[in-house]
Each structure stands twice: as structure tokens, then as C-alpha cells.
Design a protein around this ligand. Structure first.
Ligand SMILES: Cc1cc2nc3c(=O)[nH]c(=O)nc-3n(C[C@H](O)[C@H](O)[C@H](O)COP(=O)(O)OP(=O)(O)OC[C@H]3O[C@@H](n4cnc5c(N)ncnc54)[C@H](O)[C@@H]3O)c2cc1C
Length: 304
């Protein structure tokens, strides 16, 4: 794979620790970390990987990722080049590259008097990662604003998907293409001062209800939309509540701990390893299954 990447002249580094590039801060190295400088270069890289059977991954801001201690034996792509971080505002239509920082986008659009993204205040993400995960919360999600995306499949083919054909649901989208490259968002003209207030309100709501300061990946498990028949009818739907009711708030395995503040956040304390977090995830899944007969679904993504 090193040969392929050198042939294509893609900016890259070898054996790069992925921990510092994720919010958990744990995990081993990527065999190759590549930062392509154009869509065409990414396309050539994807096609080459497909041909040679090399695994290829895409990393956003690492806010929803748990990388194994053994790392990733493949090519990890980051869309950090300016080619993937463009922002254009035309009327109420915003066209933004997948590598653009979501927090900056929320502020830039609010300042431009464009409403619709305030719900995303305080969510760490790149635009690509936010769309892939349909990031959102109590106030709404990004999917409701997406009109069109430019994507690339694992063989390097570029195409668009339009609103009629896009489905966003809770922390999920029907975009299966390997790379999201750019999105067109439809916003609404609103008063910039009022938007600033709303962004602040959402941000403080999040800060007051979630442990944003520790090393985490946000909610570890999806909140449950449906409970099995056997579950008590008054069982709350929130995964955090079930974890708390199972007596696991504050529970610790090695350096991994269930947040004492919000039971759906797992914290990586000093000395934490990916194995500690994986063991804690598994322990929570098993305990909640045994106690409530509910199978929790992970929201965080694990690599490889
Ligand atoms: C403190 C904290 C609070 C959080 N609060 C929330 C919240 O309120 N609501 C919420 O929804 N989430 C929340 N999260 C989780 C996280 O912010 C979101 O899941 C976010 O969308 C992840 O984006 P990212 O760019 O960091 O993606 P990453 O974590 O880097 O990647 C996540 C997945 O997206 C894929 N991906 C990334 N970029 C692309 C791309 N360009 N094309 C295709 N696939 C891509 C990756 O391959 C991976 O599968 C929180 C996380 C933290 C650490």
C-alpha cells in the first residue's frame, strides 16, 4: 500500500497514531494516513485500493470513533486539504466541503443570518461525519437541511444524491458511498441576533446536560426507539437511563468509566486503552440485556 500511495503522490505519513486524532484519545496507528489534495487524487487512491484489496477508511474529527489498540492495517483518509473545506453561501443555499468543521459552520451561517443549523451547536464533527451519522439532538438534526450530497464510492466513482432519494433517520442516513465530499444545505433567512441567542441556548443546554469536558465520543449507545414486549411498559426509552437503572453509572473497567454525570457517555480516564473501553461497552450491553432484556445498539463506530 505504501508503494501505491507513493506512485500516486498523495500527501501521507506512515504508522501514524490515531489516538490523538480522536476524542477518546486511545487506539493504535494507521499504517498510512493520507490527506489527498484533490477529488481526482482521492478517486485514484480509492480505485487503486479497490484493485489491490487495501482497506480504506475515512476519518472526520474522530468524535464518534473508537480505534482498537492494534490500530488500522490500511489507509485512513482525512479530508483536511482546502479542496475539501470550501464554504459558499448563495442566498439561503450553503455549499460546504465534507472536511469543514461543523462548529465553524454553525457560527458562520448564524452570522450570515441563515437559520437551521442551531440545533447542531456544541456537536464536535466535520460536515462529512455529521452527515454520515445524521448528527443532532433534542433540537433537530443535520439531515433535515441536506438538499444534495456529492459522494464517491469505494471504486473512486463520483456522483450526486438528491433530496428525494435521501433518507435520514435517528443517527443514520441511507448514504452508503464510502466518501461524502460535499453537501448542499437549504437554510432560512432569519435575524442574525436571534440566531446567535438560539445557538447559545442550544450550546448551554448541551453543556449543562452532558460531560463535554472529558474524553468521550458522545453517546455510546443509540437511544431506543422501540422496546421489546416483555419490557415493563414504563421503562424509559433513553439508553442512558437503562444503563443507570442497571446500576452502572460511574462503573469503571481499567481506565474506562461510565460518566457519573450522564450514563450514556463513556469516559477515557488517564491510562485508558481501547481494550478497556471495549470491555466496558460489552459489560454494559450484557448487563442491560440480562436486567431488561434489551439489546443496546452502539452509536459509536469501532475500527477496524
Ligand atoms: C463531547 C461529544 C458530544 C457529542 N454530542 C453529540 C450530539 O449531541 N449529537 C450527535 O449526533 N453526536 C454527538 N457526538 C458524536 C459525534 O460528534 C458525531 O457522531 C459526529 O457526527 C461525528 O463526526 P466526525 O467528523 O467526528 O466523524 P468521525 O467520528 O471521524 O467518524 C464517524 C463515522 O463517520 C464516517 N465519516 C467521517 N467523515 C466522513 C466522510 N467525509 N464521508 C463518509 N464517511 C465519513 C467515519 O468513517 C465513521 O464511520 C458527540 C461527540 C462528543 C465527543
Amino acid at each position: 500500500m505504501e508503494k501505491l500511495i507513493e506512485q500516486l503522490d498523495v500527501p501521507h505519513r506512515c504508522q501514524v497514531p490515531l489516538g490523538p486524532l480522536t476524542w477518546y484519545g486511545v487506539g493504535g496507528p494507521a499504517r498510512v494516513l493520507a490527506r489527498p489534495s484533490s477529488v481526482q487524487q482521492l478517486s485514484q487512491l480509492a480505485a487503486g485500493c479497490r484493485e489491490e484489496g487495501i482497506p480504506i477508511y475515512v476519518l472526520g474529527s474522530g468524535a464518534n470513533l473508537l480505534v482498537a489498540d492494534t490500530g488500522v492495517d490500511g489507509i485512513v483518509v482525512q479530508l483536511t486539504d482546502p479542496a475539501f473545506r470550501q464554504l459558499h453561501i448563495a442566498g439561503a443555499t450553503v455549499t460546504v466541503g465534507a472536511g469543514f468543521d461543523l462548529a465553524r459552520l454553525v457560527i458562520a451561517t448564524a452570522r450570515a443570518g441563515l437559520g437551521g443549523l442551531e440545533a447542531l451547536a456544541g456537536i464536535p464533527a466535520t460536515v462529512g461525519g455529521a452527515i454520515r451519522m445524521n448528527a443532532g439532538g433534542a433540537y433537530g438534526d443535520i439531515g433535515s437541511r441536506v438538499q444534495r450530497v456529492q459522494v464517491m464510492d469505494a471504486a473512486g466513482h463520483l456522483y450526486h444524491r438528491d433530496r428525494d432519494d435521501l433518507v435520514f433517520s435517528y443517527r443514520r442516513s441511507n448514504i452508503v458511498a464510502r466518501f461524502i465530499l460535499e453537501a448542499e444545505l437549504e437554510l432560512e433567512r432569519e435575524d442574525a441576533e436571534e440566531l446567535r441567542r438560539r445557538v447559545k441556548k442550544v450550546f448551554f443546554y448541551k453543556k449543562n446536560t452532558q460531560p463535554l469536558a472529558g474524553r468521550s465520543a458522545g453517546c455510546a449507545f443509540k437511544n431506543l426507539m422501540q422496546l421489546p414486549d416483555e419490557a415493563a411498559p414504563d421503562t424509559p426509552l433513553a439508553a442512558g437511563k437503562l444503563i443507570e437503572m442497571a446500576g452502572l453509572k460511574g462503573h469503571r473497567i481499567g481506565g474506562a468509566q461510565v460518566s457519573p454525570r450522564h450514563a450514556n457517555f463513556l469516559l477515557a480516564l488517564d491510562g485508558c486503552t481501547a481494550a478497556d473501553l471495549e470491555a466496558l461497552l460489552t459489560h454494559i450491553e450484557q448487563t442491560v440485556l440480562d436486567r431488561f432484556n434489551v439489546r443496546l445498539e452502539r452509536e459509536i463506530i469501532t475500527w477496524p
